[in-house]
Ligand binder design. Structure first.
Ligand code: AHM
Ligand code: MG
Length: 338
């Protein structure tokens, strides 16, 4: 028997929201459609020279777009045309994009996204991803405003990511567990392949860019050394795995157990990753899968947001591993709390 498609699953789950009129379902469906288009382009990237600089012309005489620009445009187009969104925030755009059209007049939601995460991997045939986060608008009507995005991660209505990997997967949560769908290219549908994803309480993979070691807070340095120590009882040394695409690293750790850390560095004293469209959605998913996501001292989803592109350090993954890393942070990096 064929497994459930994303569309079937979304319709079935609508019963979980007795007062909802189907807008969120339609919004998730719109995201699924844009994801398929982006996946198609990612798959043929090397063939059509889409990797060239923005502004060049390809063999069809079309303007060549960089993949991240292409992905941004696809998601904006799908979300604007769907009519459920009154504003979009994107890593690619300095300001929010208000959606002002007849069909979005009664839109209840805003979407924050990183349309193509893992930019250093785009040109080298390594997994990249899309991250999205959905909030209910706080403004009353008309196109959405910046204020609509100034909500804590705990207010997210849904969040998810798409990983363009050896297969394409869409993973999302609406706060009732995490479900993963794999794109079946033969029918062009996302099919439920990973129902009720739960991460391990403990793991033995750590993911951090150790090239920045000298610039890490002492707590992180000591934790990395702890990961490398020999200790049979706790299966150490742990394995180090770092792809450099946050979605891919976190997806792997979600499945096998592990910790992902992007701490502050002397170069990025506030961390590198963005709270609104990278850390909050990933944190929502990880928590829903039984894991933890913190700054090293505080829960990510409870951070007050003051700027659209606000950065934060991120420690996330298996709960016991995050607790241990936080223990090291509080012992050795008390002055570096964010
Ligand atoms: P990006 O949004 O510019 O792609 O930056 C986010 C990415 C994450 O996907 C990844 O985990 C991290 O940055 C890698 O950074 P670094 O190359 O500094 O290790
Ligand atoms: Mg990113």
């Amino acid at each position: 028997m064929k497994s459930k498609t994303l569309g079937q699953f979304i319709i079935e789950k609508q019963a979980d929201f007795p007062f909802a009129k189907g807008e969120l379902s339609r919004l998730l469906r719109d995201i699924g459609i844009a994801a398929k288009i982006v996946n198609r382009e990612v798959n043929k990237a090397g063939l059509v020279e889409i990797l060239g600089e923005t502004g060049e012309t390809n063999i069809q005489g079309e303007k060549v777009k960089k993949l991240d620009v292409f992905a941004n445009e696809q998601f904006i187009a799908a979300l604007s045309a769907g009519g459920e969104v009154c504003a979009i925030a994107s890593e690619e755009n300095d300001e929010i994009i208000p959606v002002d059209s007849a069909i979005s007049k009664n839109a209840k939601y805003v979407v924050a996204m990183d349309p193509l995460d893992g930019s250093s991997n785009i040109d080298v045939n390594v997994s990249v991803g899309t991250i999205f986060s959905i909030y209910r608008r706080t403004s009353l009507s008309g196109p959405g405003t910046l204020e609509d995005f100034m909500q804590r991660g705990t207010e997210q209505i849904a969040a998810g990511y798409i990983i363009y990997g050896s297969s394409c997967m869409l993973v999302y949560t609406t706060g009732k567990g995490v479900n993963g769908f794999t794109l079946d290219p033969s029918i062009g549908e996302f099919c439920l392949s990973h129902p009720n994803m739960m991460t391990r309480k403990d793991g033995n993979v750590y993911s951090v860019n150790e090239g920045n070691y000298l610039h890490f807070p002492d707590g992180v340095k000591k934790y990395i050394k702890y990961c490398q120590e020999e200790d049979k009882a706790s299966s150490r040394p742990y394995s180090s795995r770092y792809i450099g695409s946050g979605v891919a690293d976190i997806h792997r750790n979600l499945i096998v157990g592990g910790i992902y850390i992007y701490p502050t560095t002397t170069k990025s004293p506030k961390g590198k990753l963005r709270l609104l469209y990278e850390c909050n959605p990933l944190a929502f998913i990880i928590e829903q899968a039984g894991g933890k996501a913190t700054t090293g001292s505080k829960r990510i989803m409870e951070i007050d947001i003051k700027e659209l592109h606000q950065r934060t350090p991120l420690f996330c993954g298996s709960a016991d591993m995050v607790d241990k890393a936080m223990e090291f942070m509080s012992k050795y990096s008390t002055t570096e709390k964010v």
